[in-house]
Design a protein around this ligand. Structure first.
Ligand code: HEC
Ligand code: HEC
Length: 276
C-alpha cells in the first residue's frame, strides 16, 4: 500500500467510526468489532503472526525494531513512535502507566487523526490483536510485573450538556489553566504554546480545541473526559484526575466538546460568553 492509500484509509476509518456512549464505562468498542478488555495471553504463534503483520504494515514507519526509524520516517515531519520506551498518549489508564491491550487495539483501529498514523480498521481484528501483542515485546515495561495492575479510569456518572454545565466548564477551564497552553478561547494559542516539547524531544503544539480535525483521538465528550483525566504520557498535557471531581470533569468535558460543536451546543455563542 502506498502512503497515500494509507492516509486515505485513515480518513475513511475515522469518518466511518462512531463511538457508542456506554454511560458509566470507557467506550470499549471501535467500529463494528465486538471487543473486550481481556485478551488471551500471547503465544509463540501470536507473536510470530504479529511480527509478520507488523513488518508489512508498521515497520515502514516504526522500524523493524520498533524504534520509530523505518525507511519512511525520515520523510515525515512527525516522528513515528519509538515503542521501546513504552510511552503511549492514548490510554484509559492513570498518568504515567502503560496502556491496556484494548487501548493499543483502539489506537491501531482508529489511527491518530491529522498525523501520519493511519487507521487499520480494514485489517482483520485478529491480525490487529496479534500486532498489539507483538508491539508490547519492544518495551521491557510490559514484562515487568511491578507495572501491573493498571489503574483503569472510571468516568463516574455522566453530566448532560447544558448552558449551566458549559458555564461551570468554562470557569474550570480558566481555573485549571488549560488556557495557558490551549488559549483563552481554546484555539491552541496560549502563552506557553510556542515553547512545548515532548519526551522524544520533538516540538509539540497544544490542540486547537475549536477545530475538530485538530484532535488526534477525541471523538466524543467521554473521550475528552478521558484525555484530561489520564493525561497524554510523553507530552506536556497533564492529568487532572487528582485535582477535579468526576462531576467537575464532566462539566469541563462538556465545555471542551462544545468548543468544536458551537452550532450544535452553544447556539453559536462565543466560548467567552459562558464566563460568569
Ligand atoms: C505512515 C507511517 C505510519 C505507519 C504505517 C504506522 N504508524 Fe503508528 N505512528 C505513526 C506516527 C507518526 C505516530 C506518532 C503520532 C503522534 O505522536 O502523535 C504513530 C504512533 C503510533 C502509536 C502510539 C499512539 C499513542 O497512543 O501514543 C501506536 C500504538 C502506533 N503508532 C501503532 C502502529 C501500528 C501497530 C502500525 C501498523 C499496524 C502503525 N502504527 C503504522 C506513523 C505510522
Ligand atoms: C502544559 C500545557 C497543557 C495544559 C496545561 C493543558 N494541555 Fe491539553 N494538550 C496539550 C498538548 C501539547 C496537547 C497535544 C498533544 C498531542 O498532540 O499529542 C494537548 C491535547 C489536548 C486535547 C486533545 C486530545 C486529542 O484528541 O488530540 C484535549 C481535549 C486537551 N488537551 C484538553 C485540555 C484541558 C481540558 C486542559 C485543562 C484541564 C488542558 N488540556 C491543559 C498541552 C496542555
Amino acid at each position: 500500500m502506498t502512503l497515500q492509500a494509507l492516509t486515505l484509509t485513515a480518513a475513511i476509518g475515522i469518518a466511518g467510526l462512531s463511538v457508542p456512549r456506554l454511560g458509566n464505562s470507557i467506550p470499549t468498542s471501535g467500529p463494528a468489532d465486538a471487543v473486550t478488555l481481556q485478551t488471551p495471553p500471547a503465544t509463540a504463534e501470536t507473536l510470530e503472526r504479529g511480527k509478520r503483520m507488523f513488518t508489512v504494515a508498521c515497520a515502514p514507519c516504526h522500524g523493524t525494531d520498533g524504534r520509530g526509524d523505518g525507511p519512511i520516517a525520515s520523510n515525515l515531519q512527525m516522528k513515528p513512535r519509538d515503542f521501546t520506551r513504552g510511552i503511549y498518549l492514548n490510554r484509559s489508564t492513570a498518568s504515567g502507566e502503560l496502556p491496556t491491550d484494548y487501548d493499543l487495539y483502539h489506537t491501531i483501529t482508529t489511527g491518530l487523526h491529522d498525523t501520519p498514523m493511519p487507521s487499520f480498521a480494514q485489517m482483520r481484528p485478529e491480525d490487529r490483536w496479534d500486532i498489539v501483542q507483538y508491539i508490547k515485546t519492544f518495551s521491557p515495561r510490559f514484562a515487568d510485573s511491578t507495572e501491573f495492575p493498571l489503574d483503569v479510569l472510571n468516568v463516574g456518572i455522566e453530566v448532560l450538556p447544558s448552558p449551566e454545565s458549559f458555564a461551570r466548564g468554562r470557569a474550570l477551564y480558566l481555573q485549571m489553566q488549560c488556557a495557558n497552553c490551549h488559549g483563552v478561547n481554546g484555539e491552541g494559542n496560549g502563552p506557553a504554546a510556542e515553547t512545548l516539547t515532548d519526551d522524544f524531544h520533538n516540538r509539540i503544539r497544544p490542540t486547537d480545541l475549536t477545530n475538530p480535525s485538530d484532535y488526534k483521538f477525541a471523538r466524543s465528550a467521554v473521550d475528552v473526559f478521558r484525555i484530561f483525566s489520564t493525561g497524554l504520557n510523553g507530552t506536556p498535557m497533564p492529568s487532572f484526575a487528582q485535582s477535579l471531581s468526576d462531576t467537575d470533569r464532566w462539566h469541563l468535558a462538556n465545555y471542551v466538546w462544545a468548543l468544536q460543536n458551537t452550532d450544535q451546543y452553544m447556539d453559536n455563542q462565543t466560548p467567552a460568553s459562558f464566563s460568569k
